[in-house]
Design a protein around this ligand. Structure first.
Ligand SMILES: [Zn+2]
Length: 304
């Protein structure tokens, strides 16, 4: 067991991410425990079990994808858009450790036609379509954006195929969200192993690591049983040399603000604003990522 600084011990008690190396600097590895964040997303968006699993896996994938972002406010955004009944799932990670996201269809029961078959997996729920990955920071005039084909609708598989096709980086991923019989989140987490080195033996080592990952019991069950990222990383350490680089906290937090919502409303013309106000009886904006709402008076917006 690695020696831990006291701040790391506190970090391990709530959602967190471990970033480390395997086989010297041949692979980087991120291990994420995200149970509280996925619970918060579930309660903010009132998601049903399948949407909870899809959104939870996407949030875990976003934190793994952002695990090597260094500067504060660097972000990565994942948008899964499929032809299945779940339609769209969006998850965003902002460095050093903030997450937010939403499910376009939080409750399938309300949206499935009577004769439609209820999807049994995230893959069936999302279907095939596109995965858009955006990476940037607030100062960046031209954010990186890549669109890849979503071939299975299963988030881990489609992320691995994005990394290989768009970034040419062989990557192994495990994502898991474990629910109890009531649909409440028991545990959520994931592991990413990504090739860094270009030596001849790296491809073979990755195949070995993927094989060992398959033997690790379900990642979400490990998290549900109370294992932290350091304990999960030590399972990889049992069959390959590992090194911990950092452990940091993660949490659900959306940086939307009343000022930004007012600015969005003020892009409407005064005629449109009056019409909206008269038809709804109020000017209210709800953030799609966190569901926080703000009410505005007509005068307040017309002044801005
Ligand atoms: Zn928000």
């Amino acid at each position: 067991m690695e020696h831990l600084r006291p701040e790391n011990e506190t970090t391990l008690n709530s959602d967190h991410m471990l970033h480390g190396l395997i086989h010297g600097d041949k692979f980087r590895c991120a291990v994420v425990v995200l149970t509280e964040t996925v619970r918060e997303a579930q309660s903010r968006h009132i998601t049903d079990p399948l949407a909870t699993i899809a959104l939870g896996q996407a949030l875990v994938a976003a934190s793994l994808a952002g695990s090597n972002l260094k500067a504060a406010q660097d972000y990565v955004s994942l948008s899964f858009q499929g032809n299945g009944p779940l339609k769209t799932i969006v998850a965003e990670f902002m460095a050093p450790g903030l997450l937010r996201g939403f499910a376009a269809v939080p409750s399938l029961a309300q949206n499935l036609k009577m004769e439609a078959q209820v999807p049994r997996s995230v893959g069936e729920g999302l279907g095939i379509g596109t995965l858009t990955v955006r990476k940037s920071n607030p100062q960046d005039a031209t954010p990186y954006a890549a669109i890849s084909v979503m071939v299975t609708g299963e988030i881990a598989e489609d992320m691995a195929s994005y990394y290989l096709e768009s970034e040419q980086i062989p990557t192994a991923l495990l994502l898991g969200v474990d629910l109890d019989s009531e649909g409440y989140v028991r545990g959520a987490g994931g592991i990413l192993i990504q090739k860094l080195g270009s030596e001849d033996d790296v491809e073979e080592l990755l195949i070995d690591l993927e094989g060992e990952l398959k033997d690790i019991e379900s990642i979400s069950k490990l998290v549900s049983s109370g294992q932290n990222a350091l304990q999960i990383f030590s399972k990889i350490g049992a069959f390959a040399p590992t090194q911990v680089l950092e452990i940091k906290p993660l949490r659900f937090l959306c940086l939307c603000s009343r000022e930004r919502m007012a600015a969005n409303l003020s892009t409407l013309s005064s005629h449109e604003l009056k019409e909206l106000y008269e038809s709804v009886g109020k000017l209210e904006v709800t953030c799609v990522y966190c569901k926080n709402s703000h009410n505005f008076s007509l005068n307040e917006i017309l002044k801005t």
